[in-house]
Design a protein around this ligand. Structure first.
Ligand code: OXT
Ligand code: ADP
Ligand code: MG
Length: 584
């Protein structure tokens, strides 16, 4: 037998390495430094959440998507990176949509990523599982909205969403991810190359020198100048330069609610305690990351000392904002400075030398006098110790606890519970006060609290009206599940605004604003293994908060407030139509 060549099979080609839509989404997020997802699992994104956790992302699961959305949005505000909210299709998407719209309204960067049903079926309206044209619905409520149909486009889709969320004026972005996308496979190396690490996602925007010059000239000419710091200024992370601008010019400043703490509220140039004096009296007002919306009475009317038929008070305005369209939205802006606040403030500082004239002493003295009077009046009220507790007496405790724990985040919602807290509780560090924002929306409480604790590891104190708390109360389970250092203080006055309204028809139903009397909110926290406390006195409230902060355990303090204490809508009673009717 001759030699027979053994039959050798040709070497098998190595099986192609594949990746899929799930992994590409996760890899795209990781590549861009996103390390946390807030969401709620279900078809078709359960596996995405599992795999994301497996890949080392922190996946925080909520009990309702709205709270996950609020968490994502405030994570965006705190970190400057877009917060991610992951939901299922139609109903889950819709639950997250309020938070997306709120993020856009407040200029918070977030991305709502929702799984969706099959396009072919949705577009023919053939009745798919959770069928809905989500992209079309999200578009008017988002700063931008995108859909990715092919795995090879995931990198572009995520990159576009990130850029849209954080560049220019930040906002909420919707990213539609149809179920079919996740299972699509492609060559792993090609997939890796398709991803984009976004370079300079929020590019600086340098203001025009002539705009800076115009603003400086106007500011220098002022006799009664005022700086208004808004949450855009807090978001901009130009803390040191903003402080330098305030201190070098010597101009009094007014912090909007979420700008409290950008400079410590105890700063001698803060005019917060003289708000109703400085707004109408100022002659030149420099807005830094604050819009002249309803919270600033649109820059006109009684608040601004209306002096002409149109209600203008005659103030001249400088406005620093990244959005070129913001100027003139309500009244004439005499010196718009368009750019990012960091660059704008740095440019202004370059023109403010040692020869900068301090504001006239008379102006400063008049403000100091009003401030002293209001602070003394407040101190007198805070010193009282009534039984049951008033908003003031309870909040005097919170004020002291925050002063002793300046790194703690303060989440705040309600009407009276919101307005009294804003005026009474001083903040000492930037971006620590998180509240209802531009819409005055109830329901942010527990979502914001979870996010603040998760992204910072710091203590969170949530001061909640009893109504406000109810919007997201079930998330105390989430707080307990992740063992977060959140101390919720429910200022319980038995209802919306107060607990004493009566049914005008005298029927068996209570009034629409009234709740169950003496509800035991603290038991909700106990139900999930957290600590509940019932406080009827300042000493009990203080002891419960101190223990919460020392132990870092999830805690809910049910602080019993006089049910007659609140006023209709807190400080914004006048916005109710019946109040307007009376004025007319
Ligand atoms: O200068 P003057 O003399 O005027 O005095 C001011 C300051 O100078 C002074 N001040 C100080 N004095 C001394 N010392 C210090 N340190 C100091 N600091 C300040 O205090 C006063 C007040 O100062 P402030 O606050 O700066 O000035 P002012 O005039 O109030 O500012 C105007 C505004 C407009 C900027 C300010 O008021 C503001 O930011 N307001 C926000 C209001 C807001 O957003 N409210 C929430 C919405 S209300 C309503 O809509 C609610 N709902 C309906 C609802 C909502 N919202 N959302 C959804 C999804 N569904 C429904 C509901 C259901 S509230 C609500 C629940 C309410 O019930 P709760 O049980 O939760 O709450 P309670 O009311 O507690 O029962
Ligand atoms: P407040 O409610 O505190 O008055 P607003 O939400 O009304 O604040 O205003 C915030 C403003 O800040 C928005 O007009 C937004 O365009 C602007 N803004 C946000 N971030 C920046 C930034 N980095 N640079 C410049 N402006 C910014
Ligand atoms: Mg209440």
């Amino acid at each position: 037998m001759g030699n027979v060549e053994p039959q050798v099979a040709p070497p098998a080609a190595a099986p192609p390495q594949l990746t899929d839509g799930f992994h590409l989404v996760i890899d795209a997020l990781k590549l861009n430094g996103i390390d946390t997802i807030f969401g709620l699992p279900g078809i078709p994104i359960t596996d995405l959440a599992r795999m994301a956790q497996g890949a080392g992302l922190r996946v925080i699961s909520f009990r309702h998507e709205q709270n996950a959305g609020y968490a994502a949005s405030i994570a965006g505000f705190i970190t400057g990176k877009p917060g991610i909210c992951l939901t299922v299709s139609a109903p889950g998407f819709l639950n997250g949509l309020t938070a997306l719209a709120n993020a856009t309204t407040n200029c918070f960067p977030m991305i709502l990523m929702s799984g969706s049903s099959e396009r072919e079926i949705v577009d023919l309206q053939q009745g798919d599982y959770e069928e809905m044209d989500q992209l079309a619905i999200a578009r008017p409520l988002a700063k931008a909205a995108f859909r990715v149909l092919h795995a090879e486009d995931i990198g572009v889709g995520v990159a576009r969403a990130i850029r849209a969320a954080v560049s220019g004026r930040p906002g909420g972005v919707y990213l539609d991810l149809p179920a079919k996308l996740f299972a699509q496979t492609m060559d792993a190396e090609a997939g890796r190359r398709s991803l984009i690490a976004v370079v300079d996602p929020a590019p600086r925007q340098i203001p025009a020198p002539e705009a800076v010059g115009r603003a400086l000239a106007l500011l220098r000419s002022a006799q009664r100048p005022l700086i208004v710091l808004g949450k855009g200024a807090a978001y901009a992370r130009a803390d040191a330069d903003i402080r330098a601008l305030v201190e070098r010019t010597g101009i009094p400043y007014l912090p909007m609610s979420m700008a409290k703490g950008l400079l410590p509220d105890t700063h001698e140039q803060s005019a917060a305690a003289a708000r109703s004096y400085v707004l109408p009296e100022a002659d030149v007002v420099m807005l830094v990351g604050a819009r002249l919306n309803w919270l600033l009475s649109h820059g006109k009317g009684k608040t601004w000392g209306a002096r002409d038929a149109k209600g203008w008070g005659g103030q001249k305005f400088i406005q620093i904002d990244i959005s070129p369209q913001e100027a003139d939205s309500n009244v004439r802006i005499d010196a718009p400075v368009v750019g990012d606040i960091g660059s704008c403030v740095a440019a202004l500082l370059a023109g403010i030398g040692a020869d900068w004239p301090k504001p006239p002493a008379g102006w400063l003295a008049a403000i100091a006098e009003r401030k002293a009077k209001n602070i003394a009046k407040m101190a007198e009220t805070l010193a009282k110790n009534p039984s049951p507790m008033s908003f003031h007496s309870a909040l005097a405790v919170v004020r002291d606890i925050v002063r002793e724990n300046p790194r703690a985040y303060l989440v705040n919602e309600g009407a009276n519970a919101l307005d009294f807290t804003r005026a009474i509780v001083d903040m000492y560090q930037p971006r620590k006060r998180l509240d209802v924002g531009t819409w005055g929306v109830m329901g942010i409480g527990m979502g914001f609290s979870v996010a603040a604790a998760v992204v910072s590891g710091e203590q969170v104190i949530a001061v909640e009206g009893d109504s406000a708390f109810g919007f997201s109360g079930m998330e105390v389970e989430t707080i307990c599940r992740y063992n977060l250092p959140v101390c919720v203080v429910v200022l319980n006055n038995n209802g919306v605004y107060r607990g004493t309204d009566v049914n005008p028809a005298g029927g068996p139903d209570v009034a629409p604003t009234v709740f169950v009397k003496d509800a035991r909110y603290e038991k909700l926290m106990e139900a999930f293994g957290g600590v509940g406390a019932y406080a009827t006195t300042r000493a009990e409230l203080r002891a419960a908060m101190e223990t919460a902060i020392r132990t870092r355990r999830p805690t809910l303090v049910n602080a019993i407030i006089d049910e007659t204490a609140g006023t209709e809508s807190g400080r914004i009673t006048s916005l109710n139509p019946s109040a307007k009717q009376k004025q007319a």
